[in-house]
Design a protein around this ligand. Structure first.
Ligand code: ADP
Length: 250
């Protein structure tokens, strides 16, 4: 049984748009605690795959399972989010008028697993959790700044922090370093390396240097024309002739 220990399991997923297959019998198996990088040229089906996992797009055929027993193909986007799949889109969506701290506080209060305290006053444990996330996302010392004044990269980190406050079991990151400076990209790699092993994470990314930084010895999946072209360590997929042809052969 290949799905043993999987937090996410996609089986023969096909998504057809007017006969065109954006995904074509895609299989994917993400283990608990894994950091999986998914790469592939434009049009490979990466966004469609994320849309299937989050319930935004229904597969034409195939199965999608979360935590062994939850059938994602039968759930709404809303229910999937509440079941514990957190997705970060390319564009950051933080509350610009609110401070960094308030953004994290709001995200914490939206977490169904956290019991509301009297008058929603934060317990010391909850404050401690926010402090911990502030350090992780490199925004400690900036917690009283309005989020609208942060740099693009800082907003992206804040949004990752907000997702973490909701304690997702699976974190989906859609091109997390798009539009970032080199320094911000390097810090994002550090951040993800700190999260490694603590969370199950799927990162879809174009930036190869960044993928090399975060993939380490983990599995990298290369999508092409809606299915898996190659899978293995970054070293293995980079030296795979089919991958080289898809990236450089045209
Ligand atoms: P990627 O994210 O890897 O660039 P996408 O998942 O966005 O790839 O797209 C895969 C293919 O499916 C592309 O050829 C795209 O044009 C097509 N596609 C995606 N969404 C739709 C849609 N809603 N209707 C028709 N074609 C679509």
């Amino acid at each position: 049984d290949t799905s043993h220990g999987a937090i996410l399991y996609l089986e023969d997923i096909t998504v057809s748009f007017d006969g065109f297959r954006a995904l074509n019998k895609l299989n994917l198996d993400i283990s608990v605690g894994e950091l999986r990088c998914i790469i592939g040229p434009n049009g490979a089906g990466k966004t469609t795959m994320m849309d299937v996992i989050t319930g935004k797009t229904r597969p034409t055929t195939g199965g999608a399972w979360f935590g062994q027993t939850i059938d994602l193909t039968r759930m709404t986007e809303y229910d999937i989010a509440h079941a514990g799949i957190g997705r970060k889109f390319q564009r950051p969506t933080v509350f610009e008028q609110h401070t960094v701290f308030e953004n994290l506080e709001l995200a914490m209060k939206m977490n169904k697993r956290v019991k509301p305290t009297l008058f929603f006053r934060l317990s010391s444990e909850q404050k401690g959790k926010i402090d911990e996330i502030l350090k992780l996302i490199r925004l400690n010392g900036q917690e009283h700044r309005p989020a609208g004044l942060l740099s693009h990269g800082q907003k992206q980190w804040l949004e990752i922090g907000m997702l973490l406050m909701q304690e997702p079991q699976l974190l989906l990151l859609d091109e997390p370093v798009a539009g970032m400076s080199d320094a911000e990209t390097a810090r994002t790699a550090e951040l993800l390396n700190e999260l490694r092993g603590l969370h199950s994470i799927v990162v879809v990314e174009h930036d190869m240097a960044f993928v090399e930084e975060i993939a380490q010895q983990g599995v990298v999946t290369v999508l092409h024309e809606g299915s898996v072209l190659a899978q293995g360590t970054m070293q293995q997929v980079q030296s795979d002739d089919r991958v080289i042809e898809v990236y450089l052969g045209r």
